[in-house]
Design a protein around this ligand. Structure first.
Ligand code: GLP
Length: 242
């Protein structure tokens, strides 16, 4: 893990967007997987600015979904897909044929999992992944206790996730399961960026970076990734023994 600590949220967003722009300049046909959630929102807005200034072109990239609340789709307020479309895919005019998301409303979620696994395999794997971290240490919806050798799967959400997840919804929403890429796919990705900001993430960040590698803290699996860049603000890094 390469740990980078910056002044504030704005700076980690700026540095992360620069990293992504440089990556895509080197590899215009990159296979990309970006997290929903609130942490990367400023990064996405900066990426849109870069594209609008003509400094980067994402039109040849493929975008793979990371996770979704089971029962919601891109038209549901607060869904992961809705976030990705509103903040990135629509402003960048990404072609539908370059976006690969599972249908979390499908009656056969297993088929959706295998569909995404096959898409990732057929494209030769994910090049660049941008992740956030849950306060309970989850990555995507890889919740505490998850097996590290799983590919895309459906999982019962952790109680913490059900409570914290309400922040994405205007009205209280029943959250029971998630569909997510697995830790195996995270570890097989060529380059991983993990962003965290704010003191609410400090405990999880410490356990991820300095704790033992255990499935009780899914993000600790990133210690096994050779090319993982952790982008932190001072608050999120506060408990690290740097
Ligand atoms: C959410 C999502 C993740 C996200 C993480 C952190 O529940 N499942 O994809 O990265 O938790 O979210 P946030 O950035 O809103 O803190």
């Amino acid at each position: 893990m390469i740990i980078n600590v910056y002044k504030d949220y704005n700076e980690i967003s700026q540095k992360t967007s620069e990293f992504i722009v440089e990556y895509v300049k080197q590899k215009p046909e990159a296979i990309i997987c970006f997290a929903g959630g609130t942490t990367p929102l400023r990064t996405y807005s900066l990426l849109v600015d870069y594209a609008n200034r003509g400094e980067i072109d994402f039109s040849s990239c493929s975008f793979i979904g990371l996770d979704e609340w089971v029962g919601l789709d891109r038209h549901d307020d607060g869904s992961c897909q809705e976030t990705m479309y509103n903040t990135l895919f629509s402003p960048l005019n990404i072609k539908e044929s370059n976006i690969f998301f599972f249908d979390a409303k499908s009656v056969n979620l297993e088929d959706e999992c295998r569909k995404i696994d096959e898409i990732i395999s057929s494209k030769g794997g994910i090049d660049l992944m941008l992740l956030g971290i849950g306060v309970n240490g989850h990555l995507g919806f890889n919740e505490p206790g998850v097996q590290f050798d799983l590919s895309t799967h459906v999982i019962e959400l952790d109680e913490t996730t059900k409570v914290v997840g309400q922040k994405y919804f205007k009205v209280e929403t029943e959250l029971t399961k998630g569909i997510t890429l697995g830790i195996k796919q995270v570890l097989n990705s060529d380059t991983v960026i993990l962003m965290a900001n704010g003191d609410k993430k400090a405990d999880a960040v410490k356990a991820m970076v300095e704790g033992e590698v255990t499935n009780q803290m899914p993000a600790s699996a990133l210690q096994k990734h050779d090319n993982c860049y952790v982008m932190l603000d001072k608050e999120a890094a506060a408990q690290l023994e740097l």
